[in-house]
Design a protein around this ligand. Structure first.
Ligand code: GLV
Ligand code: MN
Ligand code: MN
Ligand code: MN
Length: 421
């Protein structure tokens, strides 16, 4: 950094906290519900509006916003970066949300990244690395069931993605992607090579209770959980609820219920993995007096140990096969996401910790039980994550909150960490 006040001198650049908070409030209105929740599922109309809104704010700040073929929104400072000798530092998160989720999950990291970039730009700071802000497309996979879509494209894991992805009701991603300026036929142009980034930094709300309980302002993330996401389709035979004898029914919902019980038991009783959840289920025809003919459900398994995760996955597959035989239904199971547990980079952790200390904030090193784009980007670059406390430890719900003070502190620590790397 070649501006007068270097970060180590004590009088460092400061982000505009009021602007950050105001932007978060305004963004929360896009897809915002009566109960304070936000529904901005990846590639939905609300998501598209939020992306355009943030791109406009970037342009108003004198920055440039572009969309890559995978639909990721990249924000850069104008001009050439020949003064930046080393590969860029990427900073960001995601703008999409789960159905009726919170206002901060993802959005905070993107708005803070924009704030960092704008602060550098307004100060005319020259950095050794170009700093790029990014909003990864469809991190949650709430509408199109390909979570981490944008970061998977970015990291070049194209062979792990379906060739013609569809949303839960069969609409093609190809069209949705084109609407936001992406191009399914050109995904390769959006991939970055290993070594092409100095670091990826993601600021995020903790989404759990640890920092609040300990009274710390900053979390230094040391690892991110591994995750397997499975999609299960069970087909049986529809029939009249009043006239079809119990003997010989082929009821996929009964099989689904038994499977859900097995999934919960995997984590709760058998401790085969840390947590296991069925969060989504679709029943056809979903009629109170008809035996269903098909059920689709999603299984989410998490653990920090890949071997335990693999064992849990095999158990679910085995249980489904046995339950389907017993229930005389056909079942198909597909693992749609496998994200390995990752360690964050030690040098980046140290930089985050030093930044927090220099700014006078308490900190704690902790693992992340939630998934993040950072674990995908870890394929090609050292990654680091900064957490701020979540009030009552909740997330993916409308009541997800962090105090304004902590939100500003997190962004200050992000900026300082960027300057330190
Ligand atoms: C991402 O939000 C996750 O499900 O962990
Ligand atoms: Mn989330
Ligand atoms: Mn998130
Ligand atoms: Mn540097």
């Amino acid at each position: 950094l070649t501006v007068a006040d270097k970060p180590r001198s004590g009088t460092s650049l400061r982000i505009d906290g009021a602007r950050l908070l105001d932007r978060l409030d305004r963004l929360a209105e896009i897809g915002g519900g009566e109960d304070g929740g936000v529904t901005r599922m990846g590639f939905s109309d609300a998501d598209q509006e939020a992306r355009a809104h943030v791109a406009r704010q970037a342009a108003e700040a004198g920055l440039t916003a572009t969309v890559d073929a995978g639909g990721n929104l990249l924000i850069r400072r104008p001009g050439d970066h020949r003064g930046s000798h080393r590969p860029p530092i990427l900073v960001g998160s995601h703008l999409d949300t789960v159905a009726n989720g919170g206002r901060l999950d993802g959005a905070y990291g993107v708005i803070a990244a924009l704030e960092v970039l704008q602060t550098l730009h307004e100060a005319g700071a020259e950095t050794d690395h170009e700093v790029i802000a990014i909003s990864f497309a469809n991190e949650e996979g709430a509408l199109f069931p390909q979570p981490f879509w944008g970061s998977m494209v970015f990291a070049g894991r194209l062979d792990a993605l379906p060739s013609e992805p569809e949303d839960y009701s069969g609409r093609p991603l190809r069209d949705a992607l084109a609407r936001v300026g992406g191009d399914l036929s050109q995904l390769k142009t959006a991939t970055w090579a290993p070594g092409s980034l100095t670091a990826y930094l993601e600021l995020h709300v903790e989404q759990g209770p640890v920092l609040e309980r300990l009274g710390r302002s900053i979390g230094v993330v040391e690892s991110i959980t591994g995750r397997i996401h499975m999609s299960v389709q069970i087909n049986g035979k529809a029939g009249h609820a009043g006239t079809t004898p119990m003997e010989g029914r082929q009821d996929p919902l009964v099989v689904a219920a038994r499977l859900i019980h097995v999934v919960q038991g995997l984590a709760r009783e058998e401790k085969l993995c840390r947590v296991a959840t069925v969060g989504r289920m679709e029943v056809q025809p979903n009629s109170p007096n008809t035996i269903p003919n098909s059920v689709r459900l999603d299984v989410d398994l998490r653990d920090s140990d890949p071997a335990r995760l693999a064992a849990a996955e095999q158990t679910v597959r085995g249980a489904l096969a046995a339950l389907a035989r017993l229930g005389n239904v056909r079942a198909v199971i597909e693992s749609t996401v496998r994200s390995a547990p990752v360690q964050t980079d030690r040098r980046i952790r140290d930089a985050i910790a030093a930044s927090a200390t220099e700014l006078g904030h308490s900190q704690e090193t902790l693992p992340s039980g939630a998934g993040h784009d950072a674990q995908i980007v870890a394929d090609l670059a050292p990654v680091g994550m900064i957490f701020v406390p979540s009030i009552d430890g909740v997330s993916h719900v409308p009541s997800e909150r962090t105090s304004p003070e902590d939100l500003v502190i997190g962004a200050e620590v992000l900026l300082r960490t960027v300057l330190k790397l």
